[in-house]
Design a protein around this ligand. Structure first.
Ligand code: CA
Length: 718
């Protein structure tokens, strides 16, 4: 089982990104049906408080990220159902002019679809025809990629009173005029001298636009901000970890949180706790729920020597949306040190438990347990593992705390042993869906192990990842048999989960992990795109696979459904990418969809459009120089590659993403290697200079390792 530990860690200092293809206009592929202009009746994006509060009464629209404030991602539309699904076909598609990961949930308001692609680019499309109405490119500097852990993705926009709001990778929040995509205001929500990024979708509550950020792999202090939708003025900010204890705390909640931290390393290293994805709002209780991320650094021995719970890491926190005032929290992973974020999708539902009506909050965070909380109080109702879990045996319902495995906490000279789940989680950002019709939560779950080990001689460095866990120890070994064994273990599945009984009702097993988010509909359907390049429908009640279509690219985003002129559509933003695609190397290449073709795909009954079948393009053979290496240099080169390059270019120099596979470097690239890596020759494409971090002998060792890997490839030895 020792072999199992050699799995690639999935997070990503970005070094070398694929150059974004020319950012010319995207290409709509139009339906043969006549195009009706459906948007002329009223100004676009007229979404207000009343509409958002009653979004469930507008099944034809998808007004906010999770469709309704409770983020259930359930469509009440019934025109497409389990009996007529065979008639579902492609109606239109729209090619995004980018080639990195696509994670966006589209918003649909009165016949207009608003969606984002990688690099925080925004598109308004006619939801019936796919015609491009406008597009907006915030011109994110490509070199900001180096400050992102998990691809240059964006998970979507929010709309409100004629405007469209987007958070950009480099930390801006921008309000666009929904009529033409022109910026109305733009604010920098983060310190530009720190490695913050925004990939999450904003939410809007009562004339405030809410936005968090990411960066906890590098070393930042997490927070969520509320801005005035009209002016862009900051209304409030809630930090999720305490600041310098020598200075006054921002509020009493942080004074309480500070008692759960030790030392002051977290002050200089950031502490983490970024709010990079999930939120939900309960108007009756007037509570905003946020999901909080992992510690920074991961290793608690460094971050908070001597332990402590380290609030509010890996917690769900309830806030007052008007003021940002703290109301309650529930911490899923006290003293977090495995990248077990609680930023995963939060769903609110009103259910009956033991005959009593309960207002619950549900989450399947990375740590592998499915939590049901009373969202009035934050008290834990139940928690059970939804995937393979070994870091803890259970969650104690009396204390609300996990019962950790004896060896789970790694420290100096002692690794964690094989732990499930992996740092990429039993479930990551890919949205779940809750059907009030079946009472089931559909979870895009995954099964993967990791061994965590402390990095010897770790020193905090503002220009790199700062997990404290050694990236060099986390890749696959050269032993082919071991790699094949591991490949059988690392997989994904859909779990249809009964949240009341806390048990799985049915499961669809996938061959590979990192599949798409989910949509359930009142037509007894569940939709999911997968990493093998398929878009698939299952019966919601029993999981039977009843429809599929090829997409020629892996899908990680979640589908939506909407209607225009009485016609129901199913829509998905397709395009392989994200953290796993960057780091996974050989494991990622097993997915048939591990190639990025970014496009919006929209389906309806009785349409028969076809996507062009992609031509197979032969890749030029590697052109490595002939060279002899010492085993010691190769070992050094491998270690340095894993710590500095792997998080973008992939484990063992095998790329499963659009980022260049360095084994295939041309003779010209080999000749320029030092100018590129240390000199920053390609900085405008995102490959920034590493000259102040790596010495010439170090990059020489990396280069020799890459030359060796190119020869491996030519020799037929992957
Ligand atoms: Ca993380």
């Amino acid at each position: 089982m020792n072999a199992v530990l050699k799995i690639s860690l999935a997070l990503a200092v970005s070094i070398w990104m694929a150059s974004c293809s020319q950012l010319d206009s995207g290409t709509p592929k139009k339906n043969s049906a006549p195009i009706a202009v459906t948007t002329a009746a009223k100004p676009p994006a007229q979404v207000d408080a009343a509409r958002l509060l009653h979004a469930n009464n507008e099944p034809g629209n998808w007004l906010s990220h999770g469709r309704t404030y409770d983020e259930q991602r359930f469509s009440p539309l019934t025109q497409i159902d389990a009996d007529n699904i065979a008639r579902l076909g492609l109606d239109w598609s729209f090619d995004f002019p980018t080639n990195r990961g696509i994670e966006a949930t589209p918003i649909v308001v009165d016949g207009v679809l608003y969606v984002t692609s990688s690099w925080s680019m925004v598109y308004a499309l006619d939801a019936k025809s796919g015609r491009l109405l406008w597009q907006y490119d915030p011109q994110v500097p490509k070199q900001w990629d180096v400050n992102t852990c998990c691809d240059v993705v964006n998970r979507g926009v929010a709309v409100w009173k004629g405007r469209v709001y987007v958070g950009t990778l480099d930390g801006r929040l921008i309000a666009l005029d929904a009529k033409n995509g022109q910026p109305v205001w733009s604010v920098q929500t983060t310190a530009t001298d720190k490695p913050y990024s925004i990939t999450g979708a904003p939410r809007i509550v009562k004339d405030k636009v809410l936005i968090g950020n990411g960066g906890a792999e590098f070393g930042v202090r997490g927070y969520i901000s509320a801005y005035d939708t009209d002016t862009g003025a900051l209304v409030w900010r809630f930090y999720t970890v305490p600041g310098d204890p020598k200075k006054p705390f921002e509020n009493s909640a942080l004074a309480m949180a500070a008692k759960t931290w030790k030392g002051t390393n977290y002050v200089t290293m950031g502490g983490g706790g970024t709010v990079w994805d999930s939120m939900a709002y309960d108007a009756d209780l007037d509570l905003l729920y946020i999901g909080v991320g992992n510690g920074s650094p991961w290793d608690q021995n460094i971050r908070s020597p001597g332990g402590g719970d380290n609030l509010f890491l890996s917690s769900i926190v309830a806030l007052r949306p008007d003021s940002g005032e703290y109301v309650w929290h529930y911490q899923t992973t006290p003293g977090e040190m495995w990248d077990y974020t609680a930023t995963q999708h939060i769903i609110l539902a009103d259910v009956s438990i033991d005959g009593a009506p309960r207002k619950v909050l549900m989450q399947a965070p990375k740590n592998g347990f499915f939590y049901v909380l009373d969202r009035t109080t934050g008290k834990l109702i139940s928690a059970e593992p939804y995937t393979k879990v070994t870091w803890a045996s259970k969650i104690d319902l009396n204390t609300g705390r996990p019962v950790e495995a004896a060896d789970a906490r790694y420290k100096a000279n002692k690794s964690s042993g094989v732990l499930f789940p992996h740092a990429l989680g039993g479930h990551n950002w890919q949205p779940m869906s809750y059907s009030p019709q079946t009472g089931l939560v559909y979870i895009p779950a995954q099964e993967a192990p990791l061994i965590y080990a402390q990095q010897k001689g770790f020193a905090y460095n503002t220009k790199s990842w700062n997990t404290g866990a050694d990236l060099a120890k986390l890749g696959l070994p050269d032993d082919k048999t071991v790699r094949e064994q591991l490949g059988k273990i690392v997989r994904g599945h859909i779990s249809a989960w009964d949240p009341i009984a806390q048990k799985e009702v049915w499961r669809v097993q996938h061959n590979n992990m990192w599949n798409g988010g989910l949509l359930s509909t009142a037509g007894n359907l569940v939709f999911q795109g997968n990493s093998d390049g398929e878009f698939v429908a299952y019966r919601a009640d029993n999981g039977t696979r009843i429809w599929s279509t090829p997409t020629y690219t892996g899908i990680v985003a979640a589908p939506i459904s909407y209607a225009v002129d009485g016609q129901q559509y199913i829509a998905i933003a397709a395009g392989w990418g994200g953290a796993y695609s960057l780091v996974s190397g050989e494991l990622g290449t097993r997915s048939k969809g591990a190639v990025n073709r970014s496009r919006m795909l929209v389906y309806k009954l009785d349409s028969k459009q076809q996507l062009p079948i992609p031509e197979t393009v032969e890749r030029p053979l590697p052109q490595p120089p002939t060279q002899k290496f010492s085993a010691k240099t190769l070992d050094t080169g491998h270690t340095l590659y894993m710590r500095n390059c792997m998080v973008c270019h992939g484990d063992r120099a095998i790329s499963a993403s659009s980022v260049p596979d360095l084994r295939y470097m041309s003779s010209d690239t080999h000749a320029k290697f030092d100018a590129i890596v240390r000199g920053g020759l390609y900085w405008q494409r995102g490959m920034v200079a590493f000259g102040d971090k790596l010495s010439k002998p170090q990059t020489d060792a990396i280069h020799q390792y890459l030359i060796k890997r190119a020869h491996d490839l030519l020799d037929g030895n992957e």
